[in-house]
Ligand binder design. Sequence first.
Ligand SMILES: NC(=O)c1ccc[n+]([C@@H]2O[C@H](COP(=O)([O-])OP(=O)(O)OC[C@H]3O[C@@H](n4cnc5c(N)ncnc54)[C@H](OP(=O)(O)O)[C@@H]3O)[C@@H](O)[C@H]2O)c1
Length: 278
Amino acid sequence: MLGANLVPHLLAQGHEVAAHGRSGSGYAHADLTDASAAFKLIGDCLPDVVINLAGLTDVDRCQNFPQQAWWANVRVTENVAAACAQSGCHLVHISSDQVYDGTPANAEDQARPGNVYAITKYAGELAAKMTSATILRSNFFGVSQHAVRRSLSDWLYASLTQGQAIKVFDDVFFSPLSMRTLCKHIHQLAILRPIGTFNLGSREGKSKADFAFAFAQTLNLPDHLLTRISISQAQGLAAWRPRNMCLNNAKIESVLGQAMPTLALEIELASNDYRVTT
Ligand SMILES: NC(=O)c1ccc[n+]([C@@H]2O[C@H](COP(=O)([O-])OP(=O)(O)OC[C@H]3O[C@@H](n4cnc5c(N)ncnc54)[C@H](OP(=O)(O)O)[C@@H]3O)[C@@H](O)[C@H]2O)c1
């Protein structure tokens, strides 16, 4: 999903982009659990920067199939990082806000991964450090350009425009960026290439419920279809979820020399894209 938004953004900035996918059409293809495939892919095009978005992102699937999670989130990163180290290119690796559980505050040295997805994303970060890497812990929303994958806001938008009642969590807090802003900063960081681990989110995060209400109100969608519940009332979740993933952005703000936008502003920005698609 993020790749389908990032590739057009980088092309529009004038970069030459060699996009890779495991499946789908029009891209270079490889299963990156195969080290030789990762070395060939990176060795063939000798990029200045590799941006690694590959992973198994379904949190409950990771919990039910931990070996698959390990292969996708750790082994793939080991292979990509080793290939980057050999070819001398910089790695920008995308991790997740799920590595935090919110106690006491989510600065970079306070990761406490609490489910299989988070543990494998954290282990993936350690693997990325074998080379010159910018590791970004983030979360995002907005109009997905992917044919199938849908973001949280895509789900909200589709549900509310189709008149479907949905439940939203009142006690899970996060601070995602719109994909538009995230792609802009990934681009900047691919040029600056700071080494280390950085949070990259919005300021003044919200509960998922407040996010849903703000999104609905900005787009004039029927917010009476939203019901606030506690995540403890949710059924069918295989994995434990962190309650507070709001990111402390002080470190990345000093690298970028600018304050991150508020989540309210990011909702406004992403809403413009939904207005355009209707
Ligand atoms: N989505 C979110 O809200 C979110 C939030 C925080 C962080 N992130 C992180 O951001 C990154 C991008 O997320 P996304 O939502 O854009 O993910 P996505 O849509 O699930 O895409 C992940 C990609 O990884 C590929 N992949 C998986 N295993 C692979 C393998 N063995 N070899 C090669 N490719 C493989 C998948 O290929 P197939 O299509 O063939 O499966 C897919 O194209 C991930 O690292 C994720 O952990 C995502």
